[in-house]
Design a protein around this ligand. Structure first.
Ligand code: FES
Length: 106
């Protein structure tokens, strides 16, 4: 089953830094605005408990502030050591100025 949820306004997401979104019942989310659209991942690094929203966004990669691991924010795939476990991603789109994600129950 898939649930759709409005998580924030698109205007709240800076172009150069991820936005942390906390919603009851969901993991902490990181929202990114890239040149081709919006992307949403879990906000906590899979290597430790680091908040990726305190990290650095470069093109489509987020760098973890703890040990410098990197993930592709489009796919969640690890792109730099020491992260090896992918980050969960959520299909996202803009509808009437809001960012809507799809959450598949696992
Ligand atoms: S906690 Fe993110 S790379 Fe270690």
């Amino acid at each position: 089953m898939t649930e759709r949820k409005v998580i924030c306004a698109v205007e709240d997401v800076p172009a150069d830094h991820p936005l942390l979104v906390e919603i009851d019942g969901l993991p902490s989310l990181a929202v990114y605005q890239l040149s081709d659209g919006v992307y949403v991942t879990d906000a906590i690094c899979t290597h430790g408990e680091a908040p990726l929203t305190d990290g650095w966004l470069e093109n489509d990669e987020i760098e973890c502030p703890f040990h410098g691991g990197r993930f592709c924010v489009r796919t969640g795939k690890p792109t730099a050591f020491p992260v090896t476990v992918p980050l969960r991603t959520y299909p996202a789109r803009v509808e009437s100025g809001s960012i809507v994600i799809e959450i598949k129950e696992e």
